[in-house]
Design a protein around this ligand. Structure first.
Ligand SMILES: [Zn+2]
Length: 484
């Protein structure tokens, strides 16, 4: 098969193709199970395999994909024909940033392949979680498991060949109940990074039991709590909400294709312009954010992207100043050309497709915030006169260019004179992205940092669902509007 792919790539090069690549998925498996109030509501599994072929001809892309590999030659010819037709109406010729040819392999850390575990064991796990969540005050309870395993072989016309074996595990617990006025409130727990690998071994009962008890207890506190005051307070964001803040107002805002206007129809643009790089004070001096695909054991680490670029650790915001973006080979060249200056030196290695039959686009890797020197959560609380601790995403809305946001959280704890006082319900906060990040006043140390997994980031048309992570510490933002 590899030899055949090489031969076809050579054939298209002979026909004038400037670049050809192939992603061959020998297999991709997915399994999803959901238990709701003691009933196994969903069990879905899928297995697929196939190839996706990109051809660059006279500045235009052509693409074809199929799970039927009986006539590879026809598939390559189709991709080439598509490029030839597209080349007749190209407005901005595609160029690819330089890269080195590599031969390499990557395997995500996994001790027990979740697809080797019996369905009985998986259902038994969900049942145990469901029973654990079945406590006083809980009206609805769900627990779910989501597994992905895929092998991807990438071969291109520039001499690169990479092979990846990626295993992903995700799990969530959720409880909801009603307060005395009938308002519904929920609390969730999501599996995040723990230990050195994350196969089925991540489903450690003690760990899940502890968190099941905690979310039930916290939800019951919310049910009895008063409303979040309409106020201005220092907001202390826990990793369970800061990950979303980072995702929506740093991650998506800094995808280079979005900055160039390519995602307008679906999930909005970005307020960031090419002129802002090297200049914009995106946040306070305490903010250093990065796109780090080298973070071990996270779904945003995948070895090599779908342009064949090795995983990188790129600083996006350096002590508050915007300096980098989430990039692939094509957009880097286009941005430099449109800006008429050299903003980006090379691809950031963030071009990814969700499956063999989709084309790669710029996707978040792990978008992280560096831990700071402001101590533990206790230290941050002690140093806060009038604040609120917020955790758990409940709802979110974002301005069409990600310039403003409004988030509701599952729980809030008021802080008065350095001490936690009351739990509040219906907690919300809002702000303007740049102003908000510039109000970042305290950043917790390593002990406050958690890697939160995201298994459902959507982007592109047709939609592509992608997996990634966010390593974020506890952060305090000053004088934030809450409760509105
Ligand atoms: Zn997303």
């Amino acid at each position: 098969m590899r030899k055949q792919i090489q031969q076809e790539i050579e054939r298209l090069k002979g026909m004038g193709a400037a670049y050809v690549d192939t992603r061959w998925y020998p297999f991709e498996e997915q399994e999803y199970l959901l238990m709701w109030n003691g009933n196994l509501k969903t069990t879905a599994s899928a297995r697929e395999s196939g190839v996706g072929i990109r051809v660059l001809y006279k500045g235009a892309w052509g693409f074809s994909a199929s799970s039927d590999l009986s006539d590879l030659g026809a598939l390559y010819s189709k991709a080439f024909d598509n490029a030839r037709v597209a080349a007749e109406r190209v407005t901005f010729p595609v160029r690819l940033a330089e890269k080195d040819a590599i031969q390499a392999q990557f395997e995500s850390p996994c001790k027990i392949n979740p697809f080797d575990v019996s369905l009985d064991d998986k259902v038994a796990f969900l049942k145990a979680m469901d029973e654990k969540l079945n406590q006083e005050g809980v009206e609805q309870r769900t627990s779910d498991l989501n597994f992905i395993r895929k092998q991807i072989i990438f071969i291109d016309s520039e001499g690169s060949e990479t092979e990846k074996l990626i295993t992903e595990v995700f799990s969530g617990l959720r409880v909801s109940g009603r307060d005395s006025e009938g308002g519904s409130h929920e609390r969730k727990f999501r599996l995040n990074r723990r230990g050195e690998s994350r196969g089925w071994e991540s489903f450690d009962m003690d760990y899940f039991n502890e968190n099941a008890d905690r979310i039930v207890k916290e939800m019951n506190q919310v049910l009895r709590a008063d409303d979040c005051p309409k106020d201005k307070r220092d907001a202390i964001l826990m990793p369970g909400i800061l990950f979303l803040q980072t995702h929506e107002t740093i991650g998506h805002a800094l995808e280079l294709d979005r900055i160039l206007g390519y995602e307008l129809a679906y999930a909005g643009g970005s307020f960031v312009t090419l002129d802002d790089f090297g200049k914009l004070q995106y946040g306070s001096k305490k903010l250093t954010a990065r796109a780090d695909a080298t973070l071990p054991n996270s779904p945003g680490s995948f070895g090599y992207d779908d342009d064949g670029i090795p995983a990188k650790n790129t600083v996006l915001i350096d002590k508050g100043i915007l300096i980098g973006a989430i990039t692939g080979r094509q957009m880097v060249e286009e941005a430099n050309a449109k800006a008429k200056k050299h903003i980006f030196n090379e691809s950031g290695g963030a071009n990814r497709a969700t499956s063999f039959y989709r084309v790669p686009i710029e996707r978040m890797t792990n978008i992280n915030i560096d831990p700071g020197n402001d101590g533990t959560l206790e230290d941050i609380v002690k140093n806060t006169e009038k604040g609120i601790i917020l955790d758990g995403e409940k709802s979110w809305s974002i301005g069409s260019n990600r310039e403003q946001f409004h988030f509701a959280t599952e729980i809030g704890w008021l802080v008065e004179d350095g001490e936690i006082t009351d739990v509040v319900k219906n907690s919300t906060y809002k702000g303007d992205t740049v102003k908000f990040w510039n109000s970042l006043s305290l950043v917790g140390d390593e002990s406050t940092t958690e890697v939160q997994f995201v298994d459902n980031c959507g982007k592109g048309q047709p939609n592509q669902i992608m997996q990634l992570g966010h390593s974020v510490p506890v952060c305090r933002f000053d004088n934030v509007t809450i409760g509105e």
